[in-house]
Design a protein around this ligand. Sequence first.
Ligand code: LUZ
Ligand code: MOS
Length: 757
Amino acid sequence: MKQLDNELHARGQAQFTDDLALTDNTLHVFPLVSNIAHALIKSIDFRKALALPGVKTILTAKDITGQNQIGNIEADEVLLAESEVFYQGQAIALIVAESAELARSACNLCEIEYQELEAIFDARIADQHNQHIASPRCFSMGSIESTWPRCDYITEGHAECGAQEHAYLETQTAIAYPLENGQLKIISATQSPGMVQRIIAKVLGCAMHLIEVDVLRLGGAFGGKEEQATQWAVMAALAARLTQHPVKLQLSREEDMCLTGKRHPYSADFKIGLNSKGKILAYQVYFHQNAGAFADLSPAILERTLFHASNAYFIANFQATAVSCRTNLPPNTAFRGFGAPQAVFVLEAAIFKAAQQMGIDPAIIQYNNLLQDEDHFPYGMKVKNNTLKACHSLLEQKFFINQRQQDCEHFNKQHSLQKKAISLIPITFGIAFTALFLNQADALVHIYADGSVSISTGAVEMGQGVKTKIQTVAAQTLGIGVNRIKIDSTNTSRIANMSPTAASTGADLNGQATKLACEKILKRLIQLAAATLNTSNINQLSIKSERILLAEKDMGLTWCQLITQAYLTRCGLSAQAHYATPHLSFDRNKETGNPFAYHVYGYAALEATIDCLRGTYQIDNIKIAHDAGKSLATNIDLGQVEGAVVQGIGWMTMEEIIYDPHGRLLSNNLTNYKIPDIYAAPEIQVKFLANSNNTTGLMNSKAVGEPPFIYGVAAFFTLQKAIQAFNPTYQAKLSAPMTPEKVLLALYSKNNEINNT
Ligand code: LUZ
Ligand code: MOS
């Protein structure tokens, strides 16, 4: 798989924040955190900790020179607790010491006296106590109430899905260096260098231009460093500012798992009504989102849940309501899909249960209700150039899903203790930040006198290949080889006000800005070439393969000669450009508009086999027909689809986050929290839809990061089907993840102990 960084990774030469050499005077900071989920702080005694040799200082909220506030959407989150703590793991003070170990040891010497308060960990209980992050929101279309009487089948139920740990390879890390005159330089493993800069300035009480944040690359993020890389960088920055030493902070795996938020668990109630042909006439759903203690990105995630509550279907009478509930857990946060996977899970659960009641395969309901062009989404946007049916045909044509389904039935007849099943899933995912102002990006392109090119954008490389895509865009626009182009680190001094690299838009937004900046320089170069070649035929001039062509004919002038000429004749070889995604709008009062630039579509079929003695199972394979537009880098997109699918399957099957009754994380390392490894990964076959042409995307491509995560949802329903093949009286419990323990119980459950989820 060709990616710009691959050789460095293979050789172990790629530099991450933790690889940077530290100077001798570097100090280490670590937060003293609450070990009570909800309490008043009566007193803290730091004397023993301060007496520990090597401990330099302990900082509390009183030492903060600006605002003690790191909230972004809502200003509801303090950096350091003042009098009350709201979750286990909330920071109270910062220990600054000569080593990371000493800082941690000193934490154990701090004596805190708490007055414990009632703590809530469940979203529905928080809802009953009116503990809301924001008021509920509702998207609706048609009229559900007048439709129920017309339905031949009505199914109601509950569905829940659990949290998920991001499990990025690189844990949260930051280093802050004090510079002259109150300036700071921060190296932070963040998806949002711009936000890290803004929040540091706020907490220190200084101007943003004094803070430079630089990011070379991340060892994965998946949303877990969109908002939650910030606090660690702020802690390092505050300690660096106050001690005038470089300061580093890196979390261990267990600390990272305990102190950071996860994918939001959801608990939902649904009601779905269909006619006898399997057409969905009405759907009503109420989502309870477990937000944790502070808002973080929860309101935005809740909004994306509503945008995806009808998934790939047209449902004429629709009502989706969602409420974000405040609990005493670490604030849950962005995670690949950003609330959409939860919405899709609940709708697929409703379809599954309805199909069961009707005695048909859910695949029939899925296919009968696919969106068609000119339909409207419940949020008013018109469906355009949808490729759901094309993906469905491609899936059948390449992978013979019908035949495989028959093979499954045949297998099940022949095996009494092993059961197989296949289920399908269509996906539809909207591309754009739902916060309109975030849909902008800048690029800065320099061409040096030797013809080499250097590009800065706001895109953060986290293994997703965005650097490679941007390099491709620049190479194609300038007509030169990729080897001439270097993608620089992501730096707030070169790019101002950058949006996070998130919402699957990193390549789209930053690639478009890069293209615009390259085009500005190209225009100057073409004018210069016209003068040099003494032609007025500017429109016929182009640069291809580093040669200047006139009407496609080689004029004997090379890229390097032209650049030398440009420098000597004082032609500008740098350009900056800004891109703002056009045609976006959304009215939050009416909950309608055109929030997305376009949608990504696809269809998948997932097959699994259960061992009915043990409850263990194997996800055998997943076949996918995916619309990636005109891919900028097929192998990168393939890698994104494969990784996303495995992550989605993990969420639905083996990954189980468990807190004890006091809100302490029990699944706190990678031996008691299982993520899929290479043995658990199924065979994955992906076909990209041919001739897809997304004129609204970057060079006709489509964003790829998040949408394929949702294919993994099929794993849950495949397992339900296989259980039913063994135990026909089993009533599906719509509660994910479907761990082997739950599968075993389900295999031997009796009809009369049904459905208390
Ligand atoms: N982050 C964000 C996201 O701030 N806004 C979004 O709409 C979004 N969508 C997906 C993933 N991250
Ligand atoms: Mo995200 S969930 O950081 O796109």
